[in-house]
Design a protein around this ligand. Structure first.
Ligand code: AMP
Length: 251
């Protein structure tokens, strides 16, 4: 069984985000970019499944401009066997990404697709659900534990939901999106970084896959959140209650 993992290049989680002066988006020039943390977790889980003998190959896929290749190389250095880069210079919204993934699934025929539960740049949390819908495959989103059964061809997925843990049994092929507590992703070692340089990255375009990129969404503007007011020290509980009642009006 092949496993396909969608990895997205995003602004590094530790970078302080700056909005562009024209409010058209956030500044990405000269900003450190990294693999989306939830995609690292998704890739780690796919690698562990392969290492346990339940999968034959892990294919990392990423869509975006030429620079996306850096993220793909990180994925290959972590242990993915090969990669596909779908080259597209513009903005890609979840439905377009899901359509591209569907086209790749039709070529590669994986038994499992792993994605991050959400990308930390757009916080959409939509792509996994959309690809499952387009393929009509079962989905286990926000996975915190995944157990595959080779005989039964199923994946048992624990999901963290509001009331506790929900356990689903999915027939393969299926779509799984990774939550934070699924695993602790590995670091790429120097020998693996060197080895990754010779691994294959196939380059395609949306046109090659016959996917038309269009969007019904227009970003009107991006603005910074309002600055938080500095706090005040209160001298007594009575003063605190008074402020909560009469200023904040929350009690
Ligand atoms: P989102 O729905 O945008 O929050 O993204 C959820 C997940 O979809 C990400 O964690 C990735 O696994 C995948 N994804 C979204 N955009 C891309 C992209 N451009 N390239 C590869 N994977 C993507």
């Amino acid at each position: 069984m092949k496993i396909m993992v969608a990895i997205k290049r995003v602004i590094d989680y530790a970078v302080k985000i700056r909005v562009k002066p024209d409010k058209s988006g956030v500044e990405t020039n000269n900003v450190k970019m990294s693999m989306n943390p939830f995609c690292e977790i998704a890739l780690e889980e796919a690698l562990r499944i392969k290492e346990s003998g339940l999968a034959s190959e892990v294919i990392a896929v990423s869509m975006g401009p030429t620079q996306v290749v850096d993220t793909i190389r990180t994925g290959l250095a972590m242990g993915a066997d090969r990669a596909i880069h779908v080259d597209y210079p513009g903005t890609l919204y979840p439905l377009s990404v899901a359509k591209i993934l569907k086209a790749l699934v039709e070529i590669e025929k994986p038994g499992l697709i792993f994605l991050g539960k959400q990308a930390i740049d757009d916080d959409c949390n939509q792509t996994g659900q959309m690809i499952a819908g387009l393929l009509k495959w079962p989905q286990g989103t926000f996975a915190s534990k995944v157990v595959l059964d080779k005989e039964k061809q199923t994946a048992v997925v624990d999901r963290e939901v509001d009331g506790g843990l929900e356990t689903l049994c999915l027939d393969l092929p299926a779509v799984i999106t990774a939550d934070l507590r699924l695993n602790q992703p590995r670091y790429a070692t120097l020998p693996n970084i060197m080895k990754a340089k010779s691994k294959v990255i196939k380059k395609l375009t949306p046109e090659d896959l016959k996917v038309e990129i269009k969007s019904d969404i227009e970003v009107v503007k991006v603005t910074e959140p309002p600055k938080r007011k500095t706090g005040v020290l209160v001298s007594s509980v009575d003063e605190l209650i008074d402020k909560l009642k009469n200023e904040a009006r929350v009690v």
